[in-house]
Design a protein around this ligand. Structure first.
Ligand code: FES
Length: 132
């Protein structure tokens, strides 16, 4: 048959048991490449699985999340890298406006209030952000 390969991608793999999730120690970017506050998205493919994640920097803290909104399961940013509110204090899902705390992914406003983004463990190591 051979349909559109983009439609055959396993997007359930946005979850943390995704085989495409990068291994611990995988370098994501230089810490200096992240504004403060700032955020950046990443995608990793392995076979038919696709892992989408993003990291958020606020001060000394860098937090990672699976790019999968708990409301409707969609990636959060409609524009590349646009994960934060204008003030940079909260994570924004551009689809329906949910707002999440950067430190723990708790939704504080919007259609999935009280639910959380799935954490993606990351850490800063030698001035780089790496998968933990
Ligand atoms: S998909 Fe995120 S608020 Fe609806």
């Amino acid at each position: 048959m051979g349909g559109d390969p983009r439609l055959e991608t396993d997007l359930s793999g946005a979850l943390s048991d995704n085989p495409a999730q990068p291994l611990s120690g995988t370098r994501l970017c230089a810490l200096a490449d992240l504004a403060d506050p700032g955020a950046r998205g990443f995608s990793f493919r392995r076979g038919d699985s696709l892992f989408l994640g993003f990291v958020v920097r606020r001060g000394a803290g860098v937090h990672g999340f699976v790019d999968h909104c708990p409301h409707a399961g969609m990636p959060l940013a409609l524009l590349p890298g646009r994960y934060l509110t204008g003030a940079g204090d909260l994570i924004l899902c551009s689809n329906h406006g949910a707002l999440f705390r950067a430190e723990d992914g708790l939704c504080v406003a919007g259609p999935c209030t009280g639910r959380r983004l799935t954490p993606w463990p990351v850490k800063v190591e030698a001035d780089a952000v790496v998968a933990a």
